[in-house]
Design a protein around this ligand. Sequence first.
Ligand SMILES: [Zn+2]
Length: 405
Amino acid sequence: MDTIFGEIELLRDDMVASLGRICAIPAISPHNGGDGEEAKAKEIEKLISELGLGAVEWQRVSDAKSPTGNRPSLFLEVKGTLPRRLCILSHMDIVPEGDRSFWSLDPYKPVTRGSRLYGRGVSDNGMAIISSLYALYALKKLNITPTYTVCLVFLSDEELGSSFGVKPLLERGLFREDDLVIAPDSGNDRGYFIEIAEKSMLRMEFTVTGKQAHAAHPNTGLNACRAANLFSVELDEALHMAFQEKDTLFDPPVSTFEPTRRFANVPNMNTIPGKERFGFDCRVLPSVPLKDVLAVVERVKDEVSRRSGAVIEMEVKGDNAAPPTSEDSDVSRLLLSSIKKVLNVKPVFGGIGGGTFAAFFRRKGIPAVVWQQEPEGTAHQPDEYTEIEYIVNNAKVFAAMMSEN
Ligand SMILES: [Zn+2]
């Protein structure tokens, strides 16, 4: 194993250069104002061919909003001693850069500063693409056949829910029940956290309708802003009151109910808004059925509607939590022993707020783990960065998983 780790050390600068190269191509969903993943996928295919790792298979999912009419995902499979596959899944898409004035650099011109590489998507999730590719490349350079058949998958559309990514690809039967699945898309700085469970997700968008009026004559209208404020506060309190269960597998160990988005209403101060839209993002412990949460929402909605006279409509997107992956599953154990070979940590299994694609596999009965060593709190933020050391360490862990004996 030391030979492999030594080889990966030598590839440090190449990995940083390649990560910068692919992150220079934004891959924002066409549903979020971008051009999609096509250009980035082509660049990754080019890199794979330069590294001599073999031919990739393109899987495309139709998407009328995409300039190409579809969203691509790439599969690279390299035969191992065993037919059983180790699948490492990363996503190519990124979230938009947001307000540029918060960035101290160009999000799409990745640069190194000290021990870090900065740029949109370097941590979420470009690092995983590069670390998994170079783990395979190191084995190839050393003429080592991996123990497991290695399947690297580079996916589209993770950030907006995977409807054009792993979800339909799972339906195409491209994964098997005995696949060892790891999604390196969440973790912490010391690299000890292995995610095996996720909370249920619930996103609710509310439209509160009153009657627009001149601010000098509020009595002639019905202030939707006031009704929305009232509803938001009451709903927040009611949900926190109703669901106080704890589960220490998760951090935080409780269900969370957060008012998040507010949509713009009127562009001027002296108009009473007739319509107000806002949203709640909820991460609910698996022990709490989402229908119980929705029952509370309905009750508060009706109460506030009656008191304020405003009409409240809601749109709900929810996913009940997938069954957790066992700590004793093959992939959990393989990852745990591989981490110990690289990092001086005691790995811990736990749950998170949800939203990785491991859940889709778990629902299909395929155990999946989520892990990588990653800087905490940088994903989706301005000046996103990763520690170069983590790229190297993650590659070592993947190589250890690939060549376990
Ligand atoms: Zn991600």
